[in-house]
Write a protein that binds this ligand. Structure first.
Ligand code: SF4
Length: 410
């Protein structure tokens, strides 16, 4: 895979050593077991895959290069570049300003933009409406467009479904930048509706079967369906695409439910299922699949706790947390600074959207076994900082530098 020019401050000598070694040993990416870093009293199990993905590295490279190559020009980002606070802060410190917040609320009016300003489109992509607005001002959007190719793949898939006259059901977080962008692209070509989760998929199924009166659809899915959507006509033939970072098991279950609904309601035999349901594969990206499988592989270790590092508004990271907390006490942190001491940790509860303080999170026995992974927008340097912080609580441990020597020498 292509390598990108990302600021060295985001890299980690320890994590790079681990990743390089695993890559050499498992070129085909078939082994999802974690890497054990045995420091002595502390044993860290690092997930096989985590950290910056293709789309994030691509976006970071373009953004930093744009700043370097355009001194004196005003540079804006449409919204958060990726869902990582450190990377966004670094870009803002270099003078980049954000036009919208992560939910699309305007921070700087488009009216303040001029044709020679630069507007970087983030890795999630943007809506066609926003793109047209920028083009109307005269802003060139292609050169500074960091939309991930895996997001564009979802747009292409929805276009293919639309061309065959299916309604597009987008399974994603309705307010997430990527889902708003996918909705906009899909709605250009076909009736489109967004569903958030299985609960909403089940409700949608009731409109398909007529169990619920169609008039209620417009209230229940307000703001989530395309213009002129007809809940009777447009739910007779559907196809599903997903936000690239959803939980794989949810995605599969939702597609299965909607397919079964069609089969039963229209009494479809196998050869004519595609009359009503576009049976395409999910549109999760490779990083989502790899990181979720690696988290499941890591969770097979009998550990004491798990730490997931990433931005609190990061969709892919929250799904790693979801997987992890099914098995172990899990602490979702966005920085090593959240580890306050050997007895206190501040961590994010994504269910209640609040930070919590937990005491006595480290067990008293030794060795302590901790699983660690991070989201696709989290710099490896942050994961190393978390490991260094934990090692500091066990002075008799071997050092990180010695561990790097051991990995590289092995
Ligand atoms: S998580 Fe997937 S879709 Fe999103 S930027 Fe990374 S590679 Fe692209």
């Amino acid at each position: 895979m292509k390598t990108f020019n990302v600021p060295g401050t985001y890299r980690s000598p320890l994590i790079s050593a681990v990743k390089n070694k695993r890559k050499q040993q498992d070129k085909m990416k078939k082994d999802f077991s974690p890497t054990l870093l045995d420091f002595g009293a502390l044993q860290i199990y690092l997930a096989r895959h985590f950290g910056f993905c293709f789309g994030v590295e691509n976006a970071i490279e373009i953004a930093f290069r744009t700043v370097e190559e355009n001194p004196g020009r005003k540079i804006f980002l449409l919204s958060e570049m990726i869902h990582n606070p450190q990377v966004n802060d670094d870009l803002q410190q270099r003078g980049i300003r954000f036009l919208q917040d992560t939910y699309g609320n305007q921070l700087i009016p488009f009216g303040e933009l001029h044709a020679d300003d630069i507007v970087i489109i983030p890795a999630f992509g943007t809506t066609l409406e926003t793109k047209r607005l920028l083009e109307k001002i005269g802003i060139q959007t292609e050169e500074f467009n960091t939309t991930c190719p895996f997001v564009e793949k979802v747009w292409n898939r929805s276009e293919q479904i639309a061309k065959k006259n299916y309604t597009v059901v987008v399974h994603g977080k309705p307010l997430h930048e990527e889902t708003r962008a996918t909705f906009s692209h899909a709605a250009e070509n076909a009736p489109t509706v967004v569903i958030n989760d299985m609960k909403e998929a089940k409700e949608l199924a009731k409109y398909i079967t007529g169990e619920k009166p169609s008039a209620e659809f417009y209230k229940e899915f307000a703001g989530r369906y395309s213009k002129d959507f007809d809940a009777v006509r447009d739910l007779q033939r559907i196809g599903v695409v997903n936000q690239t970072t959803m939980l794989a098991s949810d995605t599969q279950a939702i597609a299965d439910l909607l397919k079964q609904t069609m089969i039963q309601h229209y009494r479809l035999t196998p050869s004519i299922i595609d009359d009503r349901f576009a049976d395409t594969r999910d549109t999760l990206c490779y990083a989502t699949n790899d990181n979720q499988e690696a988290t499941s592989g890591m969770l097979e270790v009998n550990a004491d706790l798990s730490i997931v590092v990433g931005g609190y508004n990061s969709s892919n990271t929250s799904h790693l947390v979801e997987l992890s907390e099914m098995k172990l006490p899990t602490y979702f942190i966005n920085s090593d600074e959240k580890i306050l001491s050997s007895s206190e940790i501040m961590h994010y509860d994504f269910h209640t959207k609040q930070e919590l303080l937990t005491t006595d999170y480290l067990p008293s026995h030794e060795p302590v076994k901790i699983l660690i992974t991070s989201g696709a927008s989290c710099p490896d340097a942050l994961v190393e900082a978390v490991i260094r912080k934990l090692i500091g609580f066990y002075p008799e441990n071997i050092s990180v530098d010695k561990m790097i020597d051991e990995i590289e020498g092995a």
